[in-house]
Design a binder for this molecule. Structure first.
Ligand code: TRP
Length: 328
């Protein structure tokens, strides 16, 4: 099975990225043909500072490798290293309709967030994403809630292409569901999932002092007042984090303390911080090591590009022919 996932490079990866996706990617690469790429073209839709874009691409690459994505087992590449993707997006755009693009939730949201910059790249974002997926004939795409609509559009574009040219050419990609294994990691600010903001996210690269400081500041409540009361959202979030990084005995211990109203949040946080530090330590060491090793990163990227080119070039050649672009 061909599995593909892309990520926009917007900074370092946090525990939410790790437990919600990357950790599972590491497993998937054992039994599937996997493509993991960094979607730098997509990043351009929000006009990042050209001085930091490359930096962000490098950070994601390093975090991916340090987390265990293996360039021998998987194809790890940078989107902009495959101009075939841009060409396929152009070709697919001929069958993408203005109405459906304008109705896309992510487009409407971005148009609201950045009214001064409603560019054509934002409008055709789902077409580019479809090209990412279809260029390798991917069968499965791991997607969170926010990407479901984009995958649905990819499915539509693929089916439409097949219908228009009367050929079962593109496989219709399906969402990959981790099911039970998928951990949704909440943030530290009391509600919602872990994000990038400083007081909400813990990054794989964070050092022990930073982790201690962040966890210490995490939102809690005023404490349980009667036995076996329902756990409030912020405290439950800390338990969820603990479930990801701590021994089950530890979690059990603090849950019982909560139930009998003897819990001290200071102790819970101290333990949680130390367990996060221990869990992320090997990853952080690899991150520090890899960031110094530009020669190696360059090799990984070149090798990924070469591997990704194989299916990309084949698809472009075939799509051109199907659409009537022929060589003399
Ligand atoms: N739009 C995705 C996001 O913001 C990133 C992405 C680009 C992607 N191309 C993709 C994800 C192809 C999966 C498949 O997270």
């Amino acid at each position: 099975m061909i599995v593909l996932s892309g990520i926009r490079p917007t900074g370092n990866l946090h525990l939410g990225n790790y437990f919600g996706a990357v950790k599972n990617f590491v497993k998937m690469q054992e039994t599937n043909k996997c493509f993991f790429f960094i979607a730098d073209y997509h990043s351009l839709t929000t006009h990042p500072d050209p001085k930091i874009l490359h930096h962000n691409v490098k950070n994601v690459l390093v975090d991916y490798l340090a987390s265990g994505l293996d360039p021998e087992k998987s194809t790890i590449y940078i989107q902009s290293d495959l101009p075939e993707v841009a060409e396929l997006a152009l070709l697919l755009s001929m069958h993408a309709y203005l109405g459906e693009l304008e109705r896309t939730t992510s487009f409407k949201e971005k148009a609201r967030q950045q009214p001064e910059n409603v560019n054509a790249g934002l409008l055709t974002y789902p077409v580019l994403q479809a090209a990412d997926i279809l260029i390798h004939h991917a069968n499965k795409v791991p997607v969170g809630k926010d990407q479901q609509q984009h995958l649905e559009m990819t499915r539509n574009f693929a089916a439409r292409f097949n219908r228009i040219y009367n050929k079962e050419y593109f496989p219709i990609p399906e969402p990959f569901n981790f099911g039970e294994e998928l951990l949704k990691i909440p943030g530290l600010d009391g509600s919602g999932k872990m994000g990038k903001s400083e007081n909400n996210g813990i990054f794989l690269i964070d050092d022990p002092a930073t982790i201690r400081k962040k966890v210490k500041r995490a939102v809690t409540d005023s404490g349980p007042t009667e036995p076996n009361s329902t756990v409030s959202e912020p405290v439950n979030n800390l338990f969820t984090l603990m479930a990801a990084v701590s021994k089950s005995d530890t979690l059990q211990f603090f849950k019982e303390q909560y139930a009998n109203c003897t819990i001290k949040y200071g102790d819970l946080k101290k333990q949680l911080a130390e367990d996060i530090i221990a869990y992320t330590q090997p990853i952080r060491e690899k991150i520090l090591d890899l960031s110094q090793n530009n020669d190696y990163l360059k090799k990984v990227v070149e090798n990924g590009k070469e591997k990704a080119k194989v299916s990309a070039a084949k698809t472009i050649k075939e799509v051109r022919e199907i659409m009537g672009i022929k060589e003399f």
